[in-house]
Design a protein around this ligand. Sequence first.
Ligand SMILES: NC(=O)c1ccc[n+]([C@@H]2O[C@H](COP(=O)([O-])OP(=O)(O)OC[C@H]3O[C@@H](n4cnc5c(N)ncnc54)[C@H](O)[C@@H]3O)[C@@H](O)[C@H]2O)c1
Length: 385
Amino acid sequence: MTTETRTHTTSTTDTRTPSAGPSAAPPNGRTPTAASTHDGPVPTGQDYPPRFALIGGGQVEAALRGRAAEVLDLVEETYRVHGGGDTVNPPSYFLRFPDRPLSRIIALPASLGGRFGVDGLKWVSSFPGNIEYGLPRASALLLLNDHDTGYPFACLEGSIISATRTAASAALGADRLSRGRPRPRRVGFVGAGLIARYIHTYLAATGWEFDEVGIYDPDPDSAHGLAGSLTRSSQTPVVVHDDIESVIRGSDLVVFATVAARPHVTDESWFDHHPVVLHVSLRDLTPEILLGAVNVVDDVDHCLKADTSPHLVEQLTGSRDFIAGTLDDVMAGRAEIPPDRTVVFSPFGLGVLDLAVGLFVYEAVARAGELNVVDGFFHDLARHG
Ligand SMILES: NC(=O)c1ccc[n+]([C@@H]2O[C@H](COP(=O)([O-])OP(=O)(O)OC[C@H]3O[C@@H](n4cnc5c(N)ncnc54)[C@H](O)[C@@H]3O)[C@@H](O)[C@H]2O)c1
């Protein structure tokens, strides 16, 4: 970008040097479409020389605070862009370790078209043992690359963005999949970690009101930790259950956010009341339970991988016919959700969602004049010296 669009420079952390001016700009000619969608144009990394910003978790959290409705719209729009084919979202790459079989680091490269025009990579670790010494299970970085030059223009703390887009996707799913039935009033969380907290926050912030919140977690500290947090933040009664059956039977919206590696919920009769199920952790339900339900995913190819429960169904039946459609299909009216059947939403989690939310954060920080630009990050840019 060759023009400075900020009207104020309140930050002491923006250390960038002035742009080299229009004649030095790379010949991409792109108008900053992504940046123009909110409160006005802001830089999206098209300066020459290219600049590179670091955005820490505090800035990410501040940029997303109070913006749940916008983020939900953003996630919905991103699903539409993805459903329309204007994305590249290759399979995630799972780095696993023979000496640490429970842990993994996943690379999610992606390219998001539409009005966004941004590429990038989420690099997210899952180390479940972390919670024993007081650290969240997941940590992540998100890199954003310029659409026209390929230069990375920002590295963001990624775990808050990842949790936020997951929660927004879950809240969107809850809304869209329950439209033909009475709005659920009792939500139950199976698994009481960070993702459960974010999903509750997103449900509450996007208008959901509950008569009761149920929680089950085999780890009492986690169950009571989430219960305490929810009790402090709302008036809704919170009940900690001793078993999964009672929290499922007692809820018309059920959220799975465990770290189960294989199905542990086997009894189809627990779903006789036909709840809406947000199967965010993907591996909790047996194939038989999915076969008795209406199944919605975010992306069919992605979700039928890595031994998720839907993948196990495909392995069992040799068919993908059990999938009713994607959430985008539901939003567009191409897939119908019967009101009198259990519906299970299994979102694999798409890298394009991280890009959309990451760009939203980048733009907010840039607008506030608070980008921490690493001076001279890209160096030796003259090809022939
Ligand atoms: N689909 C997506 O887009 C997406 C995105 C982010 C995270 N996730 C998944 O969400 C899940 C939760 O993530 P988190 O960061 O909250 O993890 P976390 O470690 O903070 O919490 C997980 C909780 O699940 C509990 N648990 C384990 N086995 C259980 C069982 N059988 N029944 C009930 N609870 C059980 C654990 O005790 C723990 O408290 C993970 O599986 C993660 O991979 C999915």
